[in-house]
Write a protein that binds this ligand. Structure first.
Ligand SMILES: [Fe+2]
Length: 361
């Protein structure tokens, strides 16, 4: 009887089974033969107010859904539709399975999308016109990872892009190591790696201050991650390109805020040189920066919408370009050649250069 009542209520109101599609769909973690399609539904809302009869929704209750698909062929395009009652156009998408070996592909790197949603939206619209095979986010997706109201805003702005590409984010300090990030993106320990064609990507969690509690926990995490990074890069010495992505830049011209810069990531630079890393992509500073030190390209791309930073002078002989503007970074790989362009939101070309494959070392 109880079930019959529930069923009747649902049939009349279409509420019970009609959890709202709050985020996605999006595609993460594709390996050569498998991928995970994710989406988020809003199952309700926690209301608060000054009195019992003046309540308003403050915190949506979000539920993360993920489905793995396997048996895929490298390089093929997969079309999908997730279940739900939203219009089919909002539940469908496609993505490319990572190809294997030397080939041509195009990816975009951007970051720091946490505020100024109008500019975030315009950056995403500009990226979307380039139809990247995949996109890399350098962190600070949202202002506060614990605020469940902010994740649907992020996904709403990015939904048209994420439904036609693959998404690879790293943790920023504003995610605050919140469980939502790990749930949504299956990021596990916070660091992971993947291959696309002949390129290898090592994705680092540089937000050490938010991992665990106390200095001891921070240091253990960093030691373990550094060890993993060294092993990961060592195992992939045959790749044409080795890219490392993290939120906090090892080199930056932004020093205006105390405690803003990372203590840890500059210490990785000798490892990058030893492991012949092609380029390091970071965010955190809301501008574009390009430095070259001991053969490693260091790119800061944090122009996804967060308030622009005041940039200081560059480092003589190291800094190639600095510009404080909203932007994204395009990378076109053709076989063992690659070219990078930083493009401003107004369309002007900030920077353009070849990325040498790692083999000349
Ligand atoms: Fe940041």
């Amino acid at each position: 009887m109880r079930f019959a009542t529930w069923f009747l209520l649902c049939a009349l109101t279409a509420v019970c089974a009609d959890d709202r599609l709050a985020s996605g769909p999006y595609v993460i973690n594709p390996a050569a033969k498998s991928a995970t399609i994710g989406w988020v539904v809003e199952t309700g809302c926690v209301k608060t107010g000054a009195s019992a009869d003046q309540l308003s929704c403050q915190a949506p209750v979000l539920e993360s859904e993920r489905v793995s698909v396997s048996g895929l062929k490298p390089g093929e395009t997969i079309y999908y539709e997730i279940p739900g009652t939203a219009p089919a156009a909002e539940r469908t998408g496609h993505f490319k399975v990572p190809p294997v070996g030397r080939t041509s592909f195009h990816f975009v790197v951007f970051g720091d999308t946490r505020t100024r949603h109008d500019l975030h939206r315009r950056v995403i619209q500009a990226i979307s016109t380039t139809n990247p095979d995949f996109v890399v986010h350098t962190g600070d997706l949202v202002q506060d990872g614990y605020n469940t109201a902010q994740w649907p805003i992020f996904f709403d702005i990015e939904k048209d892009l994420l439904r036609k590409t693959v998404f690879y984010p790293v943790l920023g300090n504003h995610e605050r190591d919140n469980a939502r990030f790990h749930e949504f993106f299956e990021s596990g320990s916070g660091y992971y790696s993947f291959d696309w064609g002949s390129a290898h990507f090592s994705m680092i969690d540089s937000d050490v201050k938010n991992v665990g509690e106390g200095e001891g926990a921070h240091e253990r995490f960093w030691t373990e991650q550094r060890q993993w990074l060294e092993e990961d890069l060592q195992k992939n010495q045959k790749a044409d390109f080795r890219f490392v992505v993290m939120h906090h830049p090892p080199i930056t011209v932004n020093h205006e805020k105390e405690g803003h810069a990372s203590k840890e990531t500059p210490l990785l630079m000798p490892l990058f040189e030893k492991m012949k890393v092609t380029a390091v992509f970071a965010g955190h500073d809301h501008d574009y920066q390009h430095h070259v030190k001991n053969g490693i390209q260091y790119i800061v791309t944090g122009g996804g919408g967060a308030p622009l930073a005041k940039v200081g002078p560059g480092f003589p002989g190291i800094t190639k370009k600095v510009e404080s503007t909203e932007h994204y970074v395009n990378v076109q790989v053709d076989g063992n050649k690659a070219h990078m362009q930083a493009v401003a939101l107004d369309g002007h070309l900030i920077d353009s250069f070849d990325l040498n494959p790692s083999s000349p070392w």
